[in-house]
Design a protein around this ligand. Structure first.
Ligand SMILES: Nc1ncnc2c1ncn2[C@@H]1O[C@H](COP(=O)(O)OP(=O)(O)OP(=O)(O)O)[C@@H](O)[C@H]1O
Ligand SMILES: [Mg+2]
Length: 570
């Protein structure tokens, strides 16, 4: 590899505030974009940095008072580099200090950029990148990051020692930036960004990676029916992208709460899912209490009903006349007004298609069995995607699945037998701030999961456009944050909850493109980085998808063949 040209020299800075670099005269500030990944070659160590700001400087106020004429390019050239110059601010994130004798002898030969660029790590375990504890010395040279640097920091997709998944590329190079999926799934994570920035596409990418690399099983609550089967893609022409069941036919199962809508969309063999009143507990009602306008007093009275009728409390309540309620309240010391209001509010549940009075088959158990068998489950809502319906079903299903996981994790803890270890589970929820806002987070199962982290092998993938609505404590537990453009200051603040030295990153986040760009930071990447998101398209399907014909039904084989024909333009 040829020796790279330095871009500038470090002139001042501090560990806490970042370092300032003066650009060399022949380097234009216009080439320096916020979010760029640069390296500084210090005397002993190599520093990996993120560009957080760009500015112009002059050596004398006289130049500013008397700037060259517009047509005087000669004067501008004369001033460039001496009288006028560009500076960039860098946030150092990681450092690498070679230790072995042959690689590095500080007194004799400070390492050059070339010697490190040609250093080719055999496995990621060999290199030790440490968080920055110091900064490069005065006048250290700054370079564009090379492909090797990227590999060194972000790994590579086919590294046999890790489950890495390429989520995109840096702003100005064609090298993959990988997430370490094992680290990713062991904590709860978030995909954030305002509407239309690519959250759903990113989510589909991430889940495809998790499925492909078998890092966890997934349960996705697919509010807008866009993960399981085909989804619309914005653009000049109306086009669609493939859903996960189409990419991984043998491994993904679709359950639907609205069979007709799912059939209308042409999804074959989706399984129906019904829930029943006797599965609804007071906690479930508490979560949707706000949607339904149920008061605390009514919830207290719900407890009295529950104590009397057990799991049939809702069916009983809905069948009671006002007279029945009055008699009940006299006997059990309830408040008739509150119970009548509760009854009125709960009548809205009768409008939910998937709720039955009683249901002989336990569909939630069926979902649990699918997950146990290593299948990934997408729950579609169809016409039942309003907030009330989404929150109720999501909460009911998750609570039971979580209880099952707690039981199994405890069993595993006791036996320590690897075959008893529950499979890591990732639950994807949308509009997450509705479940995780400070007012209700302490009462919902999602708050519990987010806070207890990996203890029970269940984590969340939160998809949301309003991170400021999410409780601070939950936000600080979010391991990896993948954030597309956000404009609102409060939302930007929320992203950096619990992140130290976030000052420079704020600027990076607010300057992202409005589509297909994201700032990735946290547990699954060694340092914050801006990516151009990997395109979710035919090339991606081919790279990641699988067509396991042996596991497909005849109908699937038929539809896959039809799709293949369409792809080839027949
Ligand atoms: N990785 C990608 N590959 C291909 N196209 C993408 C990608 N990311 C974003 N896009 C484009 O951006 C559009 C919007 O993306 P997406 O639907 O994911 O936004 P969103 O953030 O989920 O919006 P909303 O909040 O409204 O649901 C897509 O229709 C697609 O055209
Ligand atoms: Mg979306």
């Amino acid at each position: 590899m040829s020796e790279q040209k330095p871009l500038g020299s470090v002139i001042q800075g501090s560990l806490s505030e970042g370092i300032e670099v003066r650009l060399h005269p022949d380097i234009s500030v216009e080439e320096m974009r916020v979010g760029k990944f640069l390296v500084v070659q210090g005397v002993r160590s190599r520093f990996f940095c993120l560009l957080t700001d760009v500015s112009l400087g002059t050596s004398s106020p006289r130049i500013l008072a008397n700037p060259p004429q517009a047509e005087d390019s000669f004067m501008r050239d004369v001033l460039a580099g001496s009288g006028t110059y560009g500076t960039i601010s860098l946030s150092p994130m990681l450092m690498f200090t070679p230790t072995s004798e042959e690689e590095f002898t500080p007194a004799k030969a400070p390492i050059t950029n070339t010697s490190l660029a040609s250093f080719s790590p055999q496995s990621s375990a060999e290199m030790e990148l440490l968080p920055v504890k110091t900064i490069p010395a005065h006048f250290s040279q700054v370079y564009e990051a090379s492909e090797q640097d990227f590999r060194m920091v972000f790994g590579w997709e086919d590294d046999p020692t890790r489950r890495n998944f390429a989520i995109g590329q840096p702003l100005d190079m064609d090298v993959p930036i990988c997430l370490n999926l094992d680290r990713f799934v062991e904590r709860s994570n978030g995909v954030f960004g305002k509407s239309g920035t690519g959250k759903s596409f990113l989510t589909r990418l991430l889940i495809s990676g998790i499925i492909r690399k078998q890092a966890a099983v997934n349960l996705m609550f697919d509010m807008h029916s866009e993960y399981g089967w085909e989804a619309m893609q914005e653009g000049k022409n109306v086009s669609t992208v493939k859903g996960l069941r189409q990419l991984f036919p043998g491994q993904v199962e679709i359950y639907t709460l609205d069979t007709e809508s799912t059939k209308r969309r042409g999804v074959r063999d989706a399984q129906e899912l019904y829930l029943s009143y006797d599965q609804i507990e007071i906690e479930d009602i508490r979560l949707i209490g706000r949607e339904l306008g149920i008061s605390e007093a009514s919830l207290d009275n719900a407890n009295i009903l529950y104590a009397e009728y057990g799991r049939f409390w809702i069916t009983q309540l809905l069948s009671m006349t006002n007279e029945d309620i009055k008699i009940f309240c006299q006997e059990k010391q309830g408040h008739p007004g509150s119970i009548m209001s509760l009854q009125r509010k709960l009548m809205r549940l009768e409008g939910l298609k998937y709720l039955k009075a009683v249901c002989p088959h336990n569909y939630i158990d069926q979902v649990v069995q699918s997950l146990d068998a290593g299948k990934h489950v997408v729950v579609e809502f169809g016409s039942q995607s309003n907030m009330l319906s989404y929150m109720l079903a999501t909460n009911m299903i998750t609570r039971r699945i979580h209880a099952n996981y707690v039981k199994r994790s405890e069993h595993f803890l006791q036996t320590k037998n690897p075959s008893d270890r529950p499979r890591q589970l990732v639950i994807t929820i949308e509009e997450a701030h509705r479940f995780l806002d400070s007012g209700i987070v302490s009462q919902t199962i999602f708050g519990t999961i987010a806070r207890e982290m990996r203890k029970y092998f269940v984590t969340l993938l939160i998809v949301d456009q309003r991170p400021s609505g999410i409780d601070n404590e939950v936000m600080s537990q979010v391991g990896t944050r993948i954030t597309c453009l956000l404009n609102d200051d409060k939302d930007i603040d929320a992203i950096f909850t619990g992140v130290s030295g976030a000052g420079g990153l704020r600027a990076v986040l607010s300057k992202l493109d409005s589509k297909q760009q994201a700032l990735v930071l946290g547990h699954a990447v060694p340092m914050p980085v801006v990516v151009r998101t990997r395109p979710y398209d035919q090339t991606f399907y081919a790279e990641v998808g699988e067509t396991d014909w042996t596991q497909m039904s005849d109908e699937d084989v038929f539809s896959a063949a039809e799709m293949a024909k369409a792809d080839l333009g027949f």
